[in-house]
Design a binder for this molecule. Structure first.
Ligand SMILES: Nc1ncnc2c1ncn2[C@@H]1O[C@H](COP(=O)(O)OP(=O)(O)OP(=O)(O)O)[C@@H](O)[C@H]1O
Ligand SMILES: [Mg+2]
Length: 489
């Protein structure tokens, strides 16, 4: 029975009691028991009033307890941030409110659980995305090629150090700025923009990504030095197939281009150099075969020319082979402890007759060296001989050639220096004399040569023996070539 019913019932009982008491009092009064019956009537009425108050207090206390219980349960849930069910005792009206409240709380609880799960999933996804972003950044930053990534508004969103250095901007200050305001290279900016817009105009699908990747050769002038790059431009696609940006990778191909250019030049130079002595040999042999030369003296002269040209051809082929053997790493190198001073002495002995023929004085400043080098004897001999032979070749009659040795203990190096009082080399020619086949124009009349001696010497000293070959020279005054080699440990 609900509280209201209980109260109703109690009221009916009380009213009936009250009414009966009143009736009884009235009847007694009419029959003549005046004082006594009135007192009894008041007593009954007072009793009824006291009972009514008691019932109301009990009823109110019940309601109060239930409300308090609901409030404190709700407070506890709020404090603990946990939704549960509200428990009430008895079956009064207030418990009727708790049922829908509990249904509501259950729905809220389920909704919160769903949202929490979604939130957890979103957090995991965000962490994965963050980790992937960091991975991508680490890859981009570790690439030696310049990399620039732009978004669909042509704003820079990623660039590595190589790109900053190459294009002269700071990524930290350029993030989310339009490439127009960051990159000075107008063509590169155009290429990035074109790639993005051409990607957008392609039909959506797998073909789009294939179509929107292209490689363009592009030159950038870096501090006055032109550099060539292969620029790979690709569109970044969203899962829906829309263009969300462009990745531009600039790969430096300057060295490759130079090498391929050098190869072409080398082949054409070799053919040219081989053709000259060969055609000379062919011409003289033909004259001899045709019987055009009658006297023995001229015939002997022709034989000598043929022998000289053959010798030149032989030297040329030998030099070309040695250079390419060193470059390709197939040259057999026999390293042994070697005294540089001894090798220099041997060169002086060998070169002296040639110097004498030109009335050139050889000054021997070779001092004994107590620090051996670890080197290939024949190669080092060949290198010093090339320098000495040049000194004699490019020094006019009556000049001097000085060959000396020394040690730099602080740097752990020994050296051999060949200096002459010859024609010298101008500052324009100086950077090129170590190139294969390069001969200073005015010098070709002075002496025969293939233009390979210094290229070979440099290879021997620097590539094979980890040393250094230096030159100082002044046109008309003479030159000094120095070979420096590390002391054996
Ligand atoms: N001591 C020097 N004085 C002046 N010019 C020099 C001297 N040494 C080298 N050169 C210049 O450098 C060029 C290249 O020298 P390199 O020794 O490579 O070739 P080459 O002497 O002409 O021919 P080869 O292959 O027979 O040595 C020479 O042609 C010459 O013009
Ligand atoms: Mg030479």
């Amino acid at each position: 029975m609900t509280t209201a019913k209980k109260v109703g019932l109690a009221s009916v009982v009380l009213v009936s009691l009250g009414a009966s008491a009143a009736y009884y009092s009235a009847t007694m009064a009419l029959r003549g028991y005046e004082v006594h019956t009135r007192t009894l009537g008041y007593l009954v009425l007072g009793l009824v009033a006291a009972l009514t108050s008691l019932i109301l207090i009990i009823f109110w206390r019940n309601v109060h307890r239930t409300v308090n219980s609901i409030v404190s349960q709700l407070d506890r849930m709020a404090q603990q941030r946990e939704f549960g069910l509200i428990m009430t005792e008895g079956d009064d009206e207030l418990t009727l409110i708790t049922q829908p409240l509990n249904r509501f709380l259950t729905v809220v609880k389920e909704e919160i659980a769903r949202l929490q799960a979604e939130n957890r999933e979103a957090q995991i996804q965000s962490r994965i995305a963050e980790a992937e972003k960091r991975h991508t950044e680490a890859i981009v930053f570790s690439i030696s090629d310049a990399v620039i990534v732009t978004n669909r508004f042509d704003e820079i969103i990623l660039a590595n150090e190589a790109a900053e250095k190459l294009l002269g901007f700071s990524f930290a200050h350029s993030i989310r700025k339009n490439i127009d305001h960051v990159i000075d290279d107008g063509r590169l900016v155009r290429l990035i923009r074109e790639t993005r817009s051409s990607g957008q105009s392609q039909p959506i699908g797998a073909a789009r990504s294939r179509l929107t990747r292209r490689i363009v050769e592009h030159s950038i002038d870096k501090k006055g030095q032109p550099k060539t790059f292969n620029v790979t431009l690709s569109c970044v696609m969203t899962p829906e197939g829309k263009v969300s940006g462009v990745v531009a990778v600039l790969h430096d191909i300057t060295r490759e281009k130079e090498i391929s250019q050098m190869k072409t030049e080398f082949v054409s130079n070799v053919s040219h150099e081989l053709r000259t002595p060969l055609s000379s040999i062919k011409a003289y042999i033909e004259m001899l075969l045709d019987g055009e030369v009658e006297d023995e003296k001229t015939r002997k002269e022709f034989y000598e020319i043929i022998a000289n040209e053959t010798e030149r051809l032989n030297r040329l082929i030998e030099n070309i082979l040695n250079i390419s053997r060193i470059e390709s790493g197939v040259m057999r190198i026999v390293r042994e402890p070697l005294n540089l001073a001894e090798v220099a002495k041997r060169v002086i002995e060998v070169i002296s007759p040639q110097a004498k023929a030109k009335n050139i004085t050889i000054i021997d400043r070779v001092v004994p060296l107590y620090h051996p080098i670890e080197a290939d004897r024949d190669m080092i001999y060949q290198a010093i001989l090339n320098l000495a032979s040049n000194a004699v070749k490019y020094t006019p009659n009556g000049g001097t050639v000085t060959i000396s040795t020394g040690v730099d203990e602080r740097r752990n190096m020994v050296n051999c220096e060949v200096s002459d009082t010859g024609v010298g080399i101008s500052s324009e020619d100086l950077p090129r004399i170590f190139d294969k086949f390069y001969r200073v124009k005015g010098h070709t009349k002075l002496a025969k040569g293939t233009g390979l001696g210094l290229a070979l010497t440099k290879q021997i000293v620097e590539s094979v023996h980890n040393g250094k070959l230096y030159v100082t020279s002044e046109a008309g005054k003479g030159s000094t070539f120095t070979i420096e080699l590390p002391i054996m440990r």
